[in-house]
Design a protein around this ligand. Structure first.
Ligand code: NAP
Length: 458
């Protein structure tokens, strides 16, 4: 059976057929021609379509075209697949590549590829190439999109499609059987799935802190002193919201890892699944971190423009009184700025090392050193930067307008908790236990097999 297949492929492998002369069919045909394949298009109107197709390709009716190749790409919308039913006999034994996508998820009861297989049961249907766009195919091998996902029942049919994909300059990923087709069809319909939760958190935090600070800073001044300082919304308020959101989101990057460690310690094993919410949270840490970096970047920009603000220049000329130099204040100010700069520098490093092209150049140890060790150091520096900003104002009652703490105090809660928990985890006795658990040790197993038992905390 396998032998017959190889024979057929070897005689016709350089010729492929594309049903449909639309955008996708033409782009694919062009790329196939560029890769050295002979291309035959199958069209409803071969004569009128011939002027549209790439130079060097042939256009025939569907039945005639299908005879000229073993591999047929179906670049036609699913709604029109019934034109294949009368061709079922001619298509027996052929490899049909289903390129189709839908307009929305669950548009049809079954996947398009499964539907195609049911219409042409004698053919070997392979789902593939649907995650590429006609535009990226036309762009040629220089296009950044280099992955082709495929699935299907027949290993040989998938190999034939993989061979074409590789020749076109793609790397092909076999996703398994045809039952995966629906997932592949949903793939182009995804809208930033991993960014949704981080974006919601960022928007929620920004809105909450904006209104909190609006009441505390602007409305408070208006109500108690009849002062209109609403102009501060644009820069001062924004420059308070950005670092607050940034620090909280950076803590949210490191909190799930810490929680997961405590869960493993509590359970005494790493072989039990984390709850779904923790899994989902851990999966979006990169996006949380990148958004946190974005807010930190805005904070830097807002801070840099402070000296050119009209309000600041006006205040500077108004206050021409001489004050005595205070070394403590100078130390505090310089330390505050320096920690902020160092924290931001490491923040940027974390952002850069989360790029796939950079990750690929790092060993696992290098990656985890930067993302975990330097990541926690970044959190520590940014937290210390915020504590120095507060300095002794934590103790002054005038800080608590309408009995509410300032935003920077609120935002210190989470990073302080994360850093304290992390400190607990790196104490030698806890660290030893967690390291053993991660190496496969299980608490209950000691009693079951006393030979394995070693004291964890001597
Ligand atoms: P299109 O431009 O509308 O072309 C579809 C082609 O299908 C037509 O040119 C026509 O070719 C053929 N066709 C139309 N009605 C037919 C019928 N009743 N019976 C038989 N054939 C018919 O669409 P497209 O953008 O190329 O997309 C084609 C397929 O590729 C779709 O399933 C789409 O989901 C998928 N896809 C497209 C892209 C993209 O970027 N465009 C990306 C990924 C996947 P003839 O006139 O020559 O018969």
């Amino acid at each position: 059976m396998q032998k017959t297949f190889h024979c057929r492929i070897s005689t016709t492998s350089e010729r492929v057929c594309v049903f449909g002369t639309g955008d996708m069919g033409r782009s694919l045909g062009l790329r196939l021609l560029q890769a050295g394949y002979g291309v035959v298009f199958g069209s409803r109107r071969p004569h009128s379509s011939s002027s549209l197709i790439p130079h060097g390709a042939q256009v025939l009716g569907h039945a005639a075209a299908s005879q000229s190749a073993h591999l047929i790409f179906i670049a036609v919308q699913r709604e029109h697949y019934d034109f294949l039913v009368p061709l079922a006999n001619q298509l027996k034994g052929k490899v049909l590549v289903d390129l189709s996508n839908n307009l929305r998820k669950n548009q049809y009861p079954e996947a398009n590829a499964e539907y195609l297989q049911s219409l042409v049961p004698g053919a070997e249907v392979v789902k593939g190439f649907n995650t590429l766009s006609a535009w990226s195919l036309q762009n040629g091998p220089s296009d950044a999109n280099r992955q082709v996902y495929i699935c299907g029942e027949s290993v040989e049919a998938k190999q034939a499609v993989i061979a074409v994909a590789i020749k076109l300059g793609f790397s092909a990923l076999d996703q398994g059987f045809l039952s995966v087709a629906r997932e592949l069809e949903d793939f182009p319909l995804q809208l930033f799935p991993q960014w949704r939760l981080p974006l919601r958190i960022a928007i929620g935090l920004s809105a909450a802190f904006f209104f909190y600070l609006l009441i505390r800073d602007i409305i408070y001044a208006y109500v108690t002193q009849s002062k209109d300082i609403s102009f501060r919304i644009m820069v001062s308020l924004a420059n308070k919201v950005c670092p607050i959101v940034s620090l909280i989101m950076l803590s949210l990057c490191y909190l799930p890892g810490v929680l997961a460690s405590f869960l493993q310690l509590y359970r005494g094993t790493k072989y039990r699944r984390f709850p779904d919410w923790l899994d989902r949270w851990m999966l979006c840490r990169k996006q949380l971190g990148l958004l946190a970096l974005g807010f930190a970047f805005l904070h830097v920009l807002y801070t840099l423009i402070i000296p050119i603000r009209y309000y600041v220049r006006f205040k500077a000329t108004e206050q021409n009184r001489t004050t005595q130099f205070d070394t403590t204040t100078a130390w505090r100010g310089d330390s505050y700025l320096s920690l902020g700069i160092l924290g931001f520098g490491l923040y940027v490093l974390l952002g850069i090392t989360s790029l796939p092209s950079v990750i690929n150049t790092l060993s696992w140890r290098e990656f985890s050193f930067i993302q975990s060790k330097l990541g926690h150091l970044t959190l520590l520096l940014c937290t210390a930067h915020t504590y120095l900003y507060g300095w002794n104002r934590f103790l002054s009652s005038s800080t608590y307008k309408w009995y509410t703490p300032p935003g920077y105090m609120l935002c210190l809660v989470l990073p302080s908790v994360v850093l304290l928990l992390k400190l607990l985890l790196i104490t030698p006795c806890v660290d030893r236990t967690i390291t053993r658990i991660r190496q496969g040790w299980e608490r209950g197993a000691d009693q079951r097999n006393p030979k394995d038992s070693q004291p964890l905390i001597p």
